[in-house]
Design a protein around this ligand. Structure first.
Ligand SMILES: Nc1nc2c(ncn2[C@@H]2O[C@H](COP(=O)(O)OP(=O)(O)OP(=O)(O)O)[C@@H](O)[C@H]2O)c(=O)[nH]1
Length: 398
């Protein structure tokens, strides 16, 4: 077939096509002619003067087919709008089906990326990963459990300011998944939820087949955000199934009481186990409150309890909860986002506010996080009780 007739046939193809005969341009289709002129020059220069199998330009990857005299150059577009649409149109129904979401993400993202391997992992503890989605050379593999130590993704979870990373596989000889392909490129992206940075990560390694590295990174980030958003909707609908307390609020302070605290702590423990959502619990007690009652009368004691309840609510963020645990004891439950909130400093400020009317007013307090006690509610209560006793004991000594 004559070159011109052939090229006319390819005019409506999405791929950009350029035909050369003995290094002379024979024709090109519309998609090729639509490319910016510097691109076209670069492609022509590569086709004539260079031998590499592929040429990657910002949004295209060019490949050549040749015999002794002819060359056909084919350019595939890594058009991001198209990729975004494809990812979302495939991934959302897959997630909706209700299967394992990490695996669903790997099953859609793997073929779309076209790298040899694509992993979607969940961090199950500070030191361990579950590889729940593993797409490798065209197949989905069974889940695996891995230690985070030595894993290429380890840096993504450390410090948490590094959302994205790329490296060469040989840099991670201890990572058994990628050590077989030492010269391959590895790229990874962390999955973040608003209250839980580092829920998991997505990575790909091997030879990029369809997309250039930039586009792959961008697509992985999009998949990570989509999966993160999905996990978030699941966890909030999950919370709707939680048992709610029917305990009436405390009449004096309007705060929820001890039974509600027990339930809230149970929920916090579940969130810690499922999503590694850590939480700080603080027990706050008025030091020598019976003395205050005796000196100023119970009415004044009541007023003080109300003031303290208001101050504790004021120092709390939207996600924190304050409970009247009983008598002059209050409990704070604070999901952790960026490290520990300065609870002791805030309690000192409350103390000095209330000392304006009652110079003898002092608070005793103790606190612990779920991660301090490996997620055990019982150990947490024991720890904060013990520490409160120590605190009070120290007051008496001073
Ligand atoms: N005004 C008032 N007092 C209360 C209320 N509930 C409990 N109390 C009093 O709070 C006091 C708590 O006593 P303790 O647990 O010994 O506490 P404390 O005197 O602060 O002693 P330490 O905590 O060891 O410093 C008791 O005197 C109770 O009668 C209330 O609703 N209003």
């Amino acid at each position: 077939m004559k070159a011109k007739r052939m090229i006319r046939l390819l005019d409506n193809a999405d791929a950009a096509v350029l035909l050369l005969k003995q290094d002379k341009e024979q024709g090109s289709n519309l998609s090729f002619r639509d490319l910016p002129s510097p691109y076209r020059k670069q492609v022509l220069n590569w086709a004539i003067n260079q031998d590499s199998e592929y040429l990657e330009l910002e949004s295209h990857r060019f490949q050549r087919l040749r015999d002794k005299r002819h060359q056909m150059i084919l350019g595939h577009s890594g058009d991001r709008h198209h990729l975004q649409r494809t990812l979302l149109l495939k991934l959302l129904p897959e997630l909706q089906k209700g299967g394992e979401p990490y695996n669903a993400t790997a099953s859609v993202l793997g073929p779309l990326l076209g790298w040899d391997n694509c992993v979607v992992a969940k961090r199950v503890s500070a030191k361990e990963l579950d590889i729940l989605g593993f797409w490798s050379h065209g197949n989905l593999k069974s889940p695996q459990h891995h230690s985070l130590a030595g894993n290429a993704a380890q840096n993504l979870y450390e410090g948490l300011h590094r959302l994205h990373q790329s490296a060469i596989c040989r840099e991670f000889p201890l990572d058994s998944m990628i050590s077989q392909t030492p010269s391959a490129l590895w790229i990874g992206h962390r999955i973040d939820l608003p209250d839980n940075h580092g829920t998991g990560h997505i990575c790909a390694w091997g030879k990029p087949d369809l997309l250039d590295t930039d586009t792959s990174e961008w697509l992985i980030a999009l998949a990570a955000d989509t999966l993160g958003a999905w996990l978030l909707t699941q966890s909030s609908t999950g919370e709707k199934n939680y048992e709610h307390s029917t305990e009436p609020r405390d009449l004096l302070t309007s705060l929820p009481g001890r039974k509600t605290f027990d339930l809230a702590l149970q929920h916090a423990v579940e969130a810690y186990k499922q999503r590694q959502q850590d939480c700080l619990i603080a027990l706050v007690d008025i030091h020598g409150f019976s003395e205050i009652n005796n000196t100023y009368g119970r009415q004044e004691g009541d007023n003080l309890l109300k003031r303290l309840a208001d101050e504790l609510l004021e120092m709390s963020r939207r996600k924190d909860q304050v409970f009247r645990f009983g008598g002059d004891e209050f409990m704070l439950l604070m999901p952790l986002t960026k490290g520990r909130p300065p609870v002791a400093k805030r309690l000192k400020a409350i103390e000095s506010n209330l000392q304006e009317n009652h110079p003898e007013f002092k608070l005793s307090y103790s606190m612990a996080t779920l991660s301090d006690v490996n997620g055990s509610a019982e150990d947490l209560m024991l720890k904060i009780d013990q520490e409160l006793n120590n605190f009070k004991h120290n007051y008496k000594l001073n």
